[in-house]
Design a protein around this ligand. Structure first.
Ligand code: PMP
Length: 407
């Protein structure tokens, strides 16, 4: 809705919709997609790196040769063939012995988060999450009318002592914390990774407090420097939900993700999914199954990794060369994002219209906190633009910042 349109439905909306507001930032993003704007704002993978002709041929054959099943309804949990492949994919990350029966195929990782929220969250429940955290998860928790308590991070990821303190504070306030939502590896938006030692500590604290863990791991395979630490779910299975997706390792347009759930919960997740979407797309699932079975997908992940490693280097060296003094940033060892902290006095949200006018876009830090804090930060994406575009984007951005600082 634009600011000029009268909304006659306001007093009829459900309570959960009341917190859903259109921000000026969202309006600016439509401008950010114009070709003259260097967008450091999105989270899109570099799909042009895929062998598109071969993928196209494969998709055509799926319709022509298997259309009676690939274009038909399927079952709510997702096809057995894909769930088996998913278990193989997870074993590459160190999650061994998962049963396909405990996997639920979802419409991207996003729907997995939504299902977990539907099954576990009552209005007023508390979810613990890193501060900052994934904006799409905040949307899910807000729609469930849950409250988010942020837990501080440093360059080693979530701080265990801060987790314990936040849990105590929630308990003292008489509220109930249901789960910790965490992106331990190549975090979105912060770009940091939880160390091995801290993974054990975090799991111990959660177990001691009876807190479930929702581990969101879309980026674990996109490592630039050796492998990622083993997922939390590889270390402990009780009370840990593992969410991942083919969006970053294959293609987000197919919208295929999954959740590996404790056995007792899996059926509830399936019922919640059926109530919402009946079943995930049979065609998209067949496409992913066929891709994994017949195409060199491990090689493709290497292509993504190498492309993103080069782009990360380009972004980091542009930041080092061009950013005004007092700016700091993280150095991600994988994934898609750098988190920058601005010099004193700068406000990333207030600066956004000026940045767009200078033909560069980023995501202001405020999007990643439930309480709208984060004005001193911004998220910069390096997966989508070529190295020279990234440098040009940083040049424009630093020009805007210099100007703000001189005002
Ligand atoms: N979790 C995180 C941390 C993400 O960054 C994203 C996408 N950017 C998702 C979940 C959802 O991804 P998808 O629905 O495409 O699988």
């Amino acid at each position: 809705m634009s600011g000029t349109t009268q909304d006659d439905y306001t007093d009829r909306y459900a309570r959960r919709v009341r917190g859903m507001t259109t921000s000026e930032i969202r309006a600016l993003f439509s401008v950010a997609n114009r070709p003259e704007v260097v967008s450091l704002a999105g989270g899109s993978p570099y799909i042009a790196a895929l062998p598109l002709d071969a993928v196209g041929e494969m998709l055509g054959r799926l319709a022509a040769e298997q259309g009676t099943s690939t274009l038909q309804y399927g079952i709510g949990q997702g096809t057995a063939a894909l769930r088996e492949h998913i278990c193989d994919v997870m074993s590459m990350s160190g999650i061994d012995g998962a049963s396909p029966d405990d996997v639920v195929v979802t419409v991207g990782g996003q729907q997995a988060l939504d299902l977990i929220a539907r099954v576990f969250l009552d209005p007023g429940d508390v979810v613990l999450a890193e501060g900052p955290t994934y904006v799409g998860a905040l949307g899910v928790f807000q729609a469930a009318q849950a409250q988010v308590a942020h837990v501080a991070m440093d360059s080693d990821g979530l701080i265990p002592a801060a987790l314990a303190e936040t849990l105590d504070a929630v308990a003292r306030s008489g509220r109930r914390a249901k789960f910790l939502y965490t992106i331990p590896t190549y975090q979105n938006p912060a770009g940091v990774t939880l160390t091995d030692a801290r993974r054990e500590e975090v799991l111990d604290i959660c177990a001691a407090h009876g807190l479930l863990v929702v581990e969101d791991d879309p980026y674990g395979m996109l490592s630039f420097e050796g492998g990622a630490p083993r997922p939390l779910r590889a270390r402990r299975r009780d009370g840990v939900f593992y969410v991942s997706t083919f969006s970053k390792t294959f293609a987000p347009g197919l919208r295929v993700g999954w959740v590996l759930a404790p056995h007792a919960v899996r059926e509830k997740l399936v019922m919640a999914s059926e109530a919402s979407i009946l079943c995930p797309s049979a065609f998209a699932q067949s496409a992913v199954t066929q891709y994994l079975a017949t195409m060199p997908w491990r090689e493709q992940i290497k292509v993504y990794r190498e492309t993103y490693r080069e782009r990360r280097e380009a972004l980091l060296s542009a930041l080092a060369d061009l950013m005004p003094e007092g700016t700091t940033w993280t150095r991600p060892e994988g994934g898609l994002f750098v988190w920058a902290t601005l010099p004193d006095g700068l406000d990333s949200k207030a600066m956004m219209p000026r940045a767009i006018a200078a033909r560069v876009a980023y995501v202001p830090g405020t999007g990643f906190y439930a309480d709208g804090s984060g004005t001193a930060h911004m998220r910069l994406n390096f997966s989508f633009s070529a190295p020279e575009r990234l440098r040009e984007g940083v040049r424009r951005l630093s020009g805007v910042m210099e100007q703000e600082l001189s005002m």
